[in-house]
Design a protein around this ligand. Structure first.
Ligand code: CTP
Ligand code: MG
Length: 229
């Protein structure tokens, strides 16, 4: 079945603290968004919706064209909202045609392997959503008011990544219900589960980490073999 991917890039990047919105910060000669879109177009999407910050739609269009090459007709830029959930909702309303599977991907996971994108799309069913996730390696503690009150069983936990993939109709209905409820969910999988649908996971990858802080940006530069940008 044909799949669309919504690449959310409308955040401001507060924790990164750069001059520009995070998606437009350079890793090397290419921006976070450009790297994310290079990965997306190396996979096999039928449709690509980029959700840009207000005022940056033209810049997003430029990055989309550069990454798409002769497939620019598959892509479309829309304007995001104040929260990630609103940005995804904006992306959903821009889908066109007969796609049956929708992937939602953070531009900030700029180095996500294309194979992870295709694996998520391939694992989505008519009922179930799919997330890529990694086992948790740290020893986790439950802490209340500065006091360690207990341990957390790591074997029951997984760290969620993107893209997260869903059957289109149920995802659209779940977003409509979430919009009406006023609840902000932590991710698309949580929103989809809250609507009563199953979510399964497949193995994620180290390279799909999210660029959140300056240290994460340094890690991305290191992985690309560029010591300075
Ligand atoms: N995002 C979005 N619209 C928002 C907020 C976030 O499209 N209103 C996107 C970001 O662009 C990013 C992804 O959601 O690709 C994950 O969000 P996060 O890493 O938190 O990015 P920011 O919100 O930009 O960063 P911060 O929370 O540090 O401000
Ligand atoms: Mg954020």
């Amino acid at each position: 079945p044909r799949s669309a991917i919504i690449v959310v890039a409308a955040g401001s990047g507060t924790r990164l603290g750069a001059e520009a919105p995070k998606a437009f910060v350079g890793i090397d000669a290419r921006s976070v968004l450009r790297h994310a879109l290079d990965g997306v177009f190396a996979a096999s999407p039928a449709q690509v919706v980029v959700v840009a910050p207000d005022g940056w739609q033209g810049d997003a269009e430029t990055e989309l064209r550069a990454a798409a090459g002769d497939r620019a007709d598959l892509g479309h830029v829309v304007t995001g909202g104040a929260t990630r959930q609103q940005s995804v909702a904006a992306g959903l309303s821009a889908l066109w045609g007969d796609v049956e599977i929708v992937l939602v991907h953070d531009a900030a996971r700029a180095l996500t392997p294309p194979s992870q994108i295709d694996a998520v799309a391939a694992a989505v069913t008519a009922e179930a959503g799919i997330i890529p996730a990694l086992p948790v390696v740290d020893t986790l503690k439950k802490v209340v008011d500065g006091v360690v009150v207990g341990a957390v069983d790591r074997s029951e936990l997984a760290a969620a990544q993107t893209p997260q993939g869903f059957p289109r109709g149920p995802l659209e209905a779940a977003y409509a219900a979430a919009g009406d409820s006023g609840i902000e969910y932590t991710d698309d999988a949580a929103l989809f589960s809250a609507a009563g649908h199953p979510v399964r996971y497949i193995a994620g990858s180290e390279r799909a980490f999210k660029i959140t802080t300056p240290a994460d940006l340094q890690r991305a530069r290191h992985l690309l073999g560029a010591s300075v940008a």
